[in-house]
Design a protein around this ligand. Structure first.
Ligand SMILES: NC(=O)c1ccc[n+]([C@@H]2O[C@H](COP(=O)([O-])OP(=O)(O)OC[C@H]3O[C@@H](n4cnc5c(N)ncnc54)[C@H](OP(=O)(O)O)[C@@H]3O)[C@@H](O)[C@H]2O)c1
Length: 173
């Protein structure tokens, strides 16, 4: 299974001011386009319930895995547009189950708790990071736990507009 991670970050490494801060209020239209094009290529999009609740719209026919401690209580807010798979399973177990169902690619789309759990699992192959021209100074960091000294290789860089840089990294393993 191909597993990538996608995030928009400030220059100082934050993904939000707080857990209710919607990304599209500060990221560029070009990044939204980049983000939507990437998530559309994945078979499933993996998010935490807090992040899922910040979205107002979803690409048609997309499949969302939503992490929540109460998967049995989860209700798909838009069943005519999206498929939802609520879960509380660890990354390895979830990936085995998704593979068995025929899914072959997944994109981890936040927030910080989900990015961290998936990076720690060692299952992520690729990172798509968009650096937006902001400094927050404090807020929600991309990762919220120690990741040792994880080394990455830059494989692609693209200016999305005059100030927004999209970077693609592979994990060096
Ligand atoms: N800039 C970006 O690219 C970007 C991308 C994504 C998100 N964000 C921002 O990040 C913020 C949200 O991040 P966050 O870290 O606070 O929240 P989050 O990771 O989106 O969601 C946290 C929730 O996920 C569930 N969860 C997490 N781990 C779980 C596990 N192992 N088992 C079961 N459920 C689990 C829990 O849901 P329950 O409470 O339902 O149990 C938990 O409260 C928002 O401001 C959002 O806009 C930014």
């Amino acid at each position: 299974m191909d597993v990538s991670l996608i995030a928009a970050i400030t220059i100082d490494g934050y993904i939000a001011k707080d857990s209710k801060h919607r990304s599209t209020t500060w990221t560029s239209p070009e990044d939204l386009h980049h983000y939507v094009s990437k998530i559309k290529t994945a078979d499933v999009i993996i998010v935490g319930s807090t992040t899922f609740n910040t979205f107002k719209k979803h690409p048609k026919n997309s499949t969302w895995v939503i992490y929540t401690s109460k998967p049995n209580d989860f209700i798909n807010p838009n069943p005519s547009v999206i498929t939802t798979i609520p879960t509380n399973k660890p990354p390895h177990q979830l990936l085995e189950e998704l593979s068995a169902k025929g899914y072959s690619s997944a994109i981890v789309a936040g927030g910080a708790s989900i990015y961290t759990q998936w990076m720690k699992s060692g299952l992520v192959n690729t990172l798509h990071l968009t650096v937006e021209p902001y400094l927050f100074g404090n807020g929600v960091k991309l990762f919220d736990h120690d990741l040792g000294q994880t080394q990455l290789q830059l494989v692609k860089q693209e200016l999305l507009n005059s100030s927004t840089l999209a970077l693609e990294y592979r994990l060096s393993r």
